[in-house]
Write a protein that binds this ligand. Structure first.
Ligand SMILES: Cc1cc2nc3c(=O)[nH]c(=O)nc-3n(C[C@H](O)[C@H](O)[C@H](O)COP(=O)(O)OP(=O)(O)OC[C@H]3O[C@@H](n4cnc5c(N)ncnc54)[C@H](O)[C@@H]3O)c2cc1C
Length: 408
């Protein structure tokens, strides 16, 4: 039986969907459309981030109602919508920046005209980000920053970075940190590329030597950076989940493994590879294909749980399950790809593109099992916040950071 609150939600959602549809009809996209100009109209209309306040490029819709309007944009090949859940940068600025900084940055971030990076990890602070040693010291209306960051994705292109820095070492390590939006193109910022096992070079080391950031670019409160950081990390985890889900939805193919009857399949490209290599009838391979399919199916259900919690305005630890599941699926999928190829998986280079692909898939799976919080850290989160297990012992709890023994 429908309750009164559901009725009002249904009405609000139906009205918002109708509005989004009529906006889309009034702004059709054809092959001749200037996509950048279209995106500007989308952003200025508030439909790129409908759950945000109107004065912050939103439409002031309740999060759940805003998500209902995704169905208008999802079937199109358009991008730029749903940024209230996919744009980590803009979402963090909306939540924590001062009004002037929001005015300065939000529109450009939604238009994708600013390149950003995350200056969190350091040689001695990765999983335990509360151990950061990069210091920021006040100098009038500015802060002077010294330290080293590492694993900085997109650091070379970035115009700005989200920086977590230590501003008061006399406080315990989770306090005394401050979060800034720091300009990257300045003399005190040196970005050095790193090379990964895959051969790619997506990370950098960043050396900050008397780099400067305006006090007006502080996000959240002085010495309150941990709150900003944890909220930005939660956004990052949910963005990973939503982005993977959208990719999956757009790539969804319906085909049956054994008959002409249509049914969802685990991974069409792996089935095609197994068919091509004559091993699709192998019972072990078939079992692994179905295992992957089962994990994906269960993960999709968990994503729905996470999304339902988010739409009610609560941050959900269930998204940690999604990230962990994605990591397991990518590692398993890479190994399965190699299993299908057999000994060819050991070959690489231009003469053996399938072998090179399998190697890449296996190595690149670490991207997800380390980036944005390792699998072990996700398990800690799940243990503590979902299963209610006791917290890990914290030997440095309450101890001033200046007295904590640190590595690195
Ligand atoms: C694809 C990718 C992109 C990244 N992008 C960025 C970026 O843009 N900006 C940025 O700042 N960083 C970035 N990182 C860094 C990433 O956040 C860190 O690598 C990650 O947090 C782990 O930190 P660490 O490498 O220092 O490992 P450590 O924290 O030293 O961990 C080493 C090992 O110990 C385990 N471990 C540590 N603590 C615990 C614990 N309490 N319980 C159980 N096990 C534990 C870890 O799981 C890991 O296996 C990126 C990494 C990757 C792979």
């Amino acid at each position: 039986m429908a309750s009164a609150p559901d009725d009002s939600f249904d009405q609000a959602a139906a009205a918002a969907i109708a509005e989004a549809q009529s906006w889309l009809e009034a702004h059709p996209v054809t092959p001749d459309t200037d996509r950048k100009a279209w995106l500007r109209e989308l952003v200025d209309s508030g439909w790129s981030a409908p759950s945000w306040p109107v004065e912050e490029y939103g439409r002031g819709l309740a999060p759940k109602v805003a998500r209902a309007t995704d169905q208008v944009f999802r079937p199109t090949d358009l991008t730029g919508w749903g940024q209230d859940v996919t744009n980590l940068w803009a979402a963090t600025i909306t939540t924590w920046a001062r009004p002037e900084l929001k005015q300065e940055m939000l529109r450009d971030l939604l238009l994708g005209e600013v390149d950003m990076c995350l200056l969190y990890s350091e040689p001695g602070a990765g999983s335990d980000l509360a151990s950061v040693q990069t210091r920021a010291e006040r100098d009038g209306d500015e802060w002077i920053v010294n330290g080293q960051k590492v694993w900085t994705s997109s650091g070379r292109q970035a115009d700005y970075g989200f920086l977590i820095s230590r501003t008061d070492s006399s406080q315990p390590k989770h306090r005394g940190m401050t979060f800034f939006l720091i300009p990257m193109k300045q003399p005190g910022v040196e970005v050095r590329p790193l090379r990964q096992a895959t051969g790619d070079s997506r990370f950098n080391e960043v050396f900050l030597t008397d780099a400067r950031v305006a006090d007006a670019n502080m996000l959240g409160d002085l010495n309150g950076g941990w709150h900003v950081l944890t909220s930005a990390l939660a956004y990052e985890r949910s963005v990973m989940g939503v982005t993977q889900k959208r990719k999956k939805q757009s790539a969804e193919v319906v085909r049956d493994l054994t008959s002409e009857k249509s049914a969802p399949v685990p991974d069409l490209s792996l089935i095609e590879l197994a068919t091509e290599r004559g091993v699709v009838g192998d019972s072990g391979i078939r079992q692994d294909l179905m295992r992957l399919h089962s994990w994906r199916t269960v993960n999709a259900w968990n994503n729905q749980r996470g999304k339902a919690a988010l739409s009610k305005g609560t941050s959900s630890p269930v998204v940690s399950l999604g990230k962990l599941a994605m990591s397991r699926m990518l590692h398993f999928g890479g190994s399965l790809q190699a299993e299908i190829l057999g000994s060819e998986a050991m070959l690489g280079g231009e003469d053996h593109p399938d072998g090179a692909d399998a190697t890449y898939a296996m190595l690149n799976a670490f991207f997800t099992s380390i980036g944005g919080g390792t699998d072990q850290i996700q398990r800690n989160i799940i243990g503590e916040r979902i299963l209610g297990l006791p917290k890990e012992p914290e030997v440095d709890k309450g101890v001033p950071f200046s007295e904590v023994r640190i590595s690195g």
